[in-house]
Design a protein around this ligand. Structure first.
Ligand SMILES: Cc1cc2nc3c(=O)[nH]c(=O)nc-3n(C[C@H](O)[C@H](O)[C@H](O)COP(=O)(O)OP(=O)(O)OC[C@H]3O[C@@H](n4cnc5c(N)ncnc54)[C@H](O)[C@@H]3O)c2cc1C
Length: 467
């Protein structure tokens, strides 16, 4: 019979495609949160669409389930094996294939890392308008599979809004290719949307055509200090009214900044005193010399209205980067600190102040956790992080998870929010999907799964338990 790796190697007849050394395989079996991991008999590392299709057909023939893996930065446990599945890594499909200046579209393979795409487009005077903290590792295929959001959704939307065309390998090895680069193409059901956000359980994304944009002429950045979180909806309204090129609006609470300072004592505090929250504001503007002055003028209206107590306005790229460092630094500090219960949710803007208070109350009531809140304020998207205090044992930390999740997600549902703003459902949230989707919707999703993957071989257990 031979091992799974031996049988796959014999079936595929492609040297270098199957990785089976335990130490090498181990690098693919634990996720970024370190909370999800499992054993895999081997890792398949195809180099192009044809090899992906062959790999899928070989697994199907041998009755093996597959977990597609991109940069493995997903936060809901969907990118690593749970029950001995084979990992199919897209990392070697990393070519940026073609750029069309007339339509500002770019065709890439699924394994292209976001930062590489940013750098390639910058050299062409263009940008790809999705950006997130995992930019150095996350891949375009993984980002499409999770419909990733990030810090510019407010102006440009999620991945879904950037995808013009898609190539997908189906569970039977069929290559479904529609590398469309047209913006207008109303020719029946737009099938790419079935796969965007499907978390690897309906097909494997191998290539995409994406909409790039000309780089903005100038970007203005500021950090606002808020005396109170209770006027956030008013702040949002005023900023939307006054800053027509608003591209990012991020919130970080006082406790999150304090935590970052504890983890990184050399980091500079943004203001002389701690404020209940800070908000990063970024606006894309014209290039003229007085654009910064006009930006300052627009923000002064916010201070005059009593919606911000203080502000730091970047006068150079380095100062803008220092402001953004605060946001990335908080995320990194949390990931280094210890175990964290993570909840990525959206609530309507009007509900934000009460929601932030309620999250801190729930964290305190659970005990021995630090509740650290930050997120994409402009989208009502809050990242709720409940970090293990040193005195809390690992087992006791995990034991608190289900009750916290139930309280948070049912509260989110009462507010007509979403239990997953941008990270997806994966394994971590599948028991709570009913808080955001009706029974009829879940049935239809199951039906799609049965239609496209009747044997349940693609990412089994993601979104809902296998039939
Ligand atoms: C520091 C940090 C900051 C983050 N910030 C954000 C943020 O602001 N916004 C946001 O949306 N997310 C954020 N994330 C989450 C994560 O980066 C995104 O979900 C990202 O889109 C995952 O891409 P990946 O290539 O790492 O995918 P993986 O983690 O490898 O996979 C994610 C899911 O997609 C599937 N998949 C991967 N590749 C393919 C493919 N080619 N075809 C089919 N299925 C595939 C996997 O099976 C899995 O279910 C952050 C993560 C970190 C660590």
């Amino acid at each position: 019979m031979g091992s799974v790796a031996e049988r796959l190697s014999a079936e595929l007849e492609r040297p270098g495609l199957v990785l089976s050394e335990p130490a090498e395989v181990a690098a693919y079996t634990t996720d970024w949160t370190r909370q999800f991991s499992g054993a895999a008999p081997c890792v398949l590392r195809p180099r192009d669409t044809d090899e992906v299709a062959r790999s899928v057909r070989a697994c199907r023939k041998l009755g093996l389930a597959l977990v597609p893996q991109g940069g493995n930065t997903g936060l809901v446990g969907g990118s690593v094996p749970r029950a001995g599945e084979v990992v199919l890594s897209l990392s070697r499909l990393n070519a940026i294939e073609a750029f069309d200046a007339a339509s500002a579209s770019i065709q890439v393979q699924a394994g292209v890392v976001l930062q590489a795409l940013h750098e390639d487009l910058a050299a062409r005077g263009h940008v790809f308008p999705v950006d997130l903290g995992a930019r150095g590792s996350c891949q375009i295929g993984g980002m499409i599979a999770t419909n990733a959001g990030g810090i510019k959704v407010l102006r440009y939307g999620h991945m879904r809004e950037q995808v013009l065309g898609l190539e997908v390998v189906l569970a039977d090895g069929t290559v479904l290719s529609n590398l469309n680069s047209l913006k207008k193409n109303n020719t029946g059901v737009d099938l790419k949307h079935v796969f965007i956000g499907s978390e690897g359980m309906l097909g494997i994304i191998t290539r995409a055509v994406l909409q790039a944009r000309p780089a903005p002429q100038a970007v203005q950045t500021a950090l606002l200090a808020l005396d109170t979180r209770h006027r956030l909806p008013e702040l949002l309204t005023l900023l939307r009214e006054r800053l027509r090129g608003l591209s990012s609006l991020e919130i970080i609470t006082r406790d999150s900044i304090a935590f970052y300072k504890e983890q990184e004592p050399s980091a500079r505090a943004p203001f002389d005193k701690p404020y209940p929250a800070c908000v990063i504001v970024e606006e894309e503007t014209g290039a003229g010399g007085n654009e910064r002055d006009a930006f300052v003028e627009r923000l002064s209206g916010v201070i005059e209205a009593g919606l911000a107590a203080d502000a730091v306005i970047a006068g150079s790229d380095a100062q803008a980067q220092a402001i953004w460092r605060l946001r990335d630094g908080v995320t990194e500090a949390i990931s280094r600190a210890g175990l964290t219960h993570k909840f990525d949710v959206t609530v309507p803007p009007g509900a934000l102040p009460g929601f932030l208070d309620e999250m801190e109350r729930l964290g305190d009531a659970a005990g021995d956790l630090r509740t650290l809140l930050f997120g994409h304020l402009g989208d009502g998207n809050v990242h709720v992080n409940m970090v293990q205090k040193p005195e809390l044992a690992e087992q006791a930390f995990y034991a608190k998870g289900p009750a916290l999740a139930e309280s948070i997600y049912s509260h989110v549902a009462e507010l007509n929010g979403s239990i997953s703003a941008e990270h997806g459902i994966g394994i971590a949230k599948r028991a709570y999907l009913h808080h955001s989707r009706s029974a009829e919707e879940i049935d239809l999703m199951r039906g799609l799964k049965r239609l496209l993957d009747p044997d349940g071989m693609l990412n089994p257990g993601v979104l809902f338990k296998s039939d």
